[in-house]
Design a protein around this ligand. Sequence first.
Ligand code: ADP
Ligand code: ZN
Length: 294
Amino acid sequence: MFGAIELGGTKIVCGVGTETGDIIRHVFIPTTDPKETMTSVFEFFEGETIEALGVGTFGPVDLNRDSETYGHITTTPKVKWANYPLYEVLKAHFQVPIVLDTDVNGAAFGEMTFGGATDVSSCLYMTVGTGIGAGAVIDGELVHGMGHPEMGHMIVRRHPEDMSNGVCPYHGDCLEGLASGPAIEARHGKKAHLLDPTDPAWDIEADYLAQALVNIALILAPERMILGGGVMKQSHLFPKVREAFRQKMNGYIQNPYVNELETYIVPPTLGDFAGLKGALALAIKKGDVVHAGR
Ligand code: ADP
Ligand code: ZN
């Protein structure tokens, strides 16, 4: 049995599951202050025997193994969690290898292990929700570098009809500032799910997402791009994003992946358990490696 935790800004999902990705037991816990939240997390795992624990967390989180603050949540706007030593708190409680990564890196890894990317060796997972974040697996390995990627804050070109300021507290009109759920709401004056599918708002949204995906295709060359999160529940967005991607790419990259956009830019297949199964996949596949290295 393996343990999995998906730590989100509004809720935490804990689960125990098998090597084949079946979740046997799970619980939802509201994210309140760290002490109260973690007490509930530990209660869930009481009496469970797990071989390793996988954790996918909201970020930013320090993933530099040489850092003094490895595994700390860093500059989050969720003030109670800013600088929270997540890894140390988990390490002090669990006597098993702990594999920590971002929620989106976890989701990318989960889709590759159990979901819609098991037939390829690289993929991108992007969530478009309250924020925008993305994780990637390239040649079977999660992309880290100096920390974890922050693709949600890439700079995009303004849509000519977009007069909004952008809502990112750091950059204003970065991708997250212009295309997250709150950005749509700020621009159009109502919640994204209340906008009609025919509203021109969605063309602007598709334009920004397609810019991001073209940039990512050019930089990382993933063999599949999976888009999840609340905003992507608008399934009519997928054809719009694919068409905008096709126009912006303009035939520059051609290969069997990019030529078939219906199977290149796709929704997640793991549904509501994407994050949890991602964390489970981290525990199963990376538990031994982490244990050896630290
Ligand atoms: P979070 O990012 O907070 O983990 P979600 O991925 O559900 O959670 O994202 C929430 C955001 O997505 C909100 O800004 C909300 O307006 C938007 N959203 C949620 N459901 C829908 C929907 N069906 N259609 C469009 N936007 C949605
Ligand atoms: Zn930003």
